[in-house]
Design a binder for this molecule. Structure first.
Ligand SMILES: OCN(O)CCCc1ccccc1
Ligand code: NI
Length: 186
């Protein structure tokens, strides 16, 4: 199983590389990897298991973070009220952002990253609405519209596939600078 030891940290060159497209139909190895990444997220959000295995809670994980230079990202976003029906949960193979709103959104708390062992304060403005296309673990092409928090998380993961870290988006002069077209999500 994936634990924190498997997650590479900033400074590791693999986090700054562009991940390679996955061959379709996906191999059994890729399917296993995707499932392991999803299991990590589910475990990391479970009070007992995260404690037992010392996992930092995560809502997303990109393959480059476990030193696998492949365009695979797992996303598991729980519904704050309905634990067993997440807002969005899937393993994205070769995800593409097909459409994105001009309107931006940022988390008021800023962002963090399992590969970054420090706080980096500041707003990360991202598209408020996106339409993504990807292949899932059953080789089915999915086209999904996401907004707000789900859209933020998926953009954070797709950034990892392109060697981009969340703090690359933070305004250096004024980390809490907000464009007029950027909404803080509550
Ligand atoms: O790459 C995923 N990972 O580092 C876990 C954190 C995910 C995440 C946290 C805050 C806002 C968007 C996404
Ligand atoms: Ni991250």
């Amino acid at each position: 199983m994936i634990t924190m030891e498997d997650i590479i940290r900033e400074g590791h060159p693999a986090l700054r590389q562009r991940a390679k497209k996955v061959e379709i139909p996906i191999s059994q190895d890729v399917k296993d990897l995707g499932q392991e990444m999803m299991t990590f997220l589910v475990n990391s959000q479970d009070p007992e298991l995260s404690e037992k295995y010392d996992l930092r809670a995560g809502v997303g994980l990109a393959a480059p973070q476990i030193d696998q230079g492949l365009r695979i990202a797992a996303v598991h976003i729980p519904d704050e009220y309905e634990d067993d029906s997440p807002i969005f949960s899937d393993v994205l193979i070769n995800p593409i952002i097909k459409r994105q709103s001009v309107k931006k959104a940022a988390l008021p708390t800023g962002e963090g990253c399992l590969s970054v062992d420090r706080e980096v304060p500041g707003y990360v403005a991202r598209s408020k609405r996106i339409t993504i296309e990807y292949t899932d673990l059953n080789n089915q092409v999915q086209k999904v519209k996401l907004n707000d928090y789900s859209a933020v998380v998926v953009q954070h993961e797709i950034d990892h596939l392109n060697g981009i870290m969340f703090y690359d988006h933070i305004n250096e002069e004024d980390p809490f600078y907000l464009d007029s077209d950027t909404e803080l999500l509550e």
